[in-house]
Design a protein around this ligand. Structure first.
Ligand SMILES: *Cc1c(COP(=O)(O)O)cnc(C)c1O
Length: 406
C-alpha cells in the first residue's frame, strides 16, 4: 500500500468538497482582544468574531494576575497525575469553587471539557450494570465518543424532542438503569434544551441526567452557573459538566455532582487517572475567572447587548441568521465553497476573522458563519462586520430575507 498516496487522496477529496480545514495562525493582543495579529500569509491585524472566549475573560486582569502569581509561587507543571503528586492546592481550591458554583456536593476536574465528557460518560455508562444511555441526536462529539467507548446500549432521541425521549424511556423496565445525556445551549444552532421537562421525565422513569453546560457556564444564571442555574434546576440534574476553556477563558473541564458520583468517576475513569494534572497556574486562573463571574454580572449584561445589536443590524439588511434564545448567531450560507470563500474574503479584505463552519461539524447544506459577539467588541467593530457582510452578500448573490421595516 502507498500510505502517503492514500492520505493525499483523502485530503484532495476534502479540498474538492470545500471541507478541508485551514487554521488561522493568530496572535491575540492582551488588553486589546478581540484584536489579534494574523500570521496567515501577510502579517496583519484582524478582529476575531468567532472566539469561544465569549466574555474576554482570557485577558481579564484578575485571571492574569492569579496565573502570574501561581506560576511565580509554585512553578510551571503539576508534576504528576492527580494520584501521584499532581494534586496541588490550586486543584483542590478550584474543585471547591466549581462545586459551589453548581451548588453540588463535589466537583471533579479534567484536562479539558472533551476529556471530562469522554471519561465521565464512558465510566458511568460502562460501570453501571446494564445502563441504557439516551443521547440527544445533536450531542457533542466528546459525549458521543464517551458513550461509544462505554459499550453500553445507546438510543438516540430526536433533538430536543420530549415525546420521542418519553417513548424510549417508557419502553424500558422502570428498574433498568438509564442515563439521559444532553446539552443546555447547543453550540451550532444556539438553541436551548427543555431542561425542566427532561428532568420531569427522568424522575418519572427513574433515570439519571447528564447535562453538558459547556456553552452556558459563565454566561447564564445570576452567578454564571449556566442555564440550569438560571432556571433553578441545578439540584434536579444528576451531573453538570462544563469547561473552563470557553467563557472562563482558560482551560480544563469538570463534572459537578454528588460526592459519591464524583468519587466513583475519580476512582474508575482512565481518562482522569492516567494523565498529568492541569498546571496549577491554569487552575488558579480558572478559579479567579469563576470567582469574578460569580460576583459580576456586568460582562453577561454587556454581551447580551452586543448580541442583540448585531442581530438587529443583520435583520435590518436581511442577512439570514438562526433566531435562537442564546448568544450564538449562526449566519446561514448553505454552501461549503461559498462559506469558505466568504470567510477568506472577510479576512483578506476586511481584517475580519470568522471561521467557516462546514460538514461534518454541521449537516451538509447548512454551512454557516458562526458569530459570537462579546463585551469586548466595539461599536466600530460591529459597523465594520455588518458593512462587510452587506457588501459580500450582494457580491456573492446570496439570498436575503425581506428587510425588516425601517
Ligand atoms: C467545546 C465543547 C466541549 C469540549 O470542551 P473543551 O474544554 O473545549 O475540551 C464539550 N462539549 C461541547 C458541547 C463543546 O462545544
Amino acid at each position: 500500500m502507498n500510505y502517503d498516496g492514500y492520505f493525499a487522496r483523502a485530503l484532495a477529496q476534502l479540498q474538492d468538497e470545500g471541507n478541508y480545514r485551514v487554521f488561522a495562525d493568530l496572535e491575540r493582543h492582551r488588553g486589546n482582544f478581540p484584536q489579534a495579529t494574523s500570521h496567515c500569509g501577510q502579517t496583519r491585524d484582524v478582529t476575531i468574531w468567532c472566539s469561544n472566549d465569549y466574555l474576554g475573560m482570557g485577558q481579564h486582569p484578575d485571571v492574569l494576575s492569579a496565573m502570574h502569581e501561581a506560576l511565580d509561587k509554585v512553578g510551571a507543571g503539576a508534576g504528576g497525575t492527580r494520584n501521584i503528586s499532581g494534586t496541588t492546592h490550586h486543584h483542590v481550591l478550584l474543585e471547591a469553587e466549581l462545586a459551589d458554583l453548581h451548588n453540588k456536593e463535589a466537583a471533579l476536574l479534567f484536562t479539558s471539557g472533551y476529556v471530562s465528557n469522554w471519561a465521565a460518560l464512558g465510566t458511568l455508562a460502562a460501570r453501571i450494570p446494564d445502563c441504557l444511555v439516551l443521547s440527544d441526536a445533536l450531542n457533542h462529539a466528546s459525549m458521543i465518543e464517551g458513550i461509544r467507548h462505554s459499550k453500553a446500549e445507546r438510543q438516540i432521541w430526536r433533538h430536543n424532542d420530549l415525546a420521542h425521549l418519553e417513548e424510549l424511556l417508557a419502553a424500558q423496565p422502570l428498574e433498568r438503569a438509564k442515563l439521559i445525556a444532553f446539552e443546555s445551549v447547543y453550540s451550532m444552532d444556539g438553541d436551548i434544551a427543555p431542561i425542566a421537562e427532561i428532568c420531569d421525565l427522568a424522575e418519572k422513569y427513574n433515570a439519571m441526567t447528564y447535562l453538558d453546560e459547556v456553552h452556558a457556564v459563565g454566561l447564564y444564571g445570576p452567578r454564571g452557573g449556566g442555564i440550569a442555574e438560571r432556571e433553578g434546576l441545578m439540584d434536579r440534574v444528576t451531573v453538570i459538566e462544563g469547561t473552563l476553556g470557553k467563557a472562563y477563558g482558560v482551560m480544563g473541564g469538570y463534572i459537578a455532582a454528588s460526592v459519591d458520583l464524583c468519587d466513583f468517576v475519580r476512582s474508575f475513569a482512565s481518562g482522569f487517572i492516567f494523565t498529568t494534572a492541569l498546571p496549577p497556574a491554569v487552575a488558579a486562573g480558572a478559579a479567579a475567572s469563576i470567582r469574578h463571574l460569580k460576583a459580576s454580572a456586568a460582562e453577561r449584561a454587556s454581551q447580551k447587548e452586543k448580541v442583540a445589536e448585531v442581530r438587529a443590524r443583520l435583520d435590518a439588511i436581511g442577512i439570514p441568521h438562526i433566531d435562537n434564545p442564546s448568544h450564538i448567531i449562526p449566519v446561514m450560507v448553505g454552501d461549503p465553497v461559498k462559506c469558505k470563500y466568504l470567510s477568506d474574503i472577510l479576512m483578506r479584505d476586511y481584517g475580519i476573522y470568522i471561521q467557516p463552519i462546514n460538514y461534518p461539524t454541521v449537516p451538509k447544506g447548512t454551512e454557516r458563519l458562526r458569530i459570537t459577539p462579546s463585551p469586548v467588541h466595539s461599536d466600530a467593530d460591529i459597523d465594520c462586520l455588518v458593512g462587510a457582510l452587506e457588501t459580500l452578500w450582494t457580491q456573492c448573490q446570496l439570498a436575503r430575507l425581506p428587510m425588516a421595516a425601517q
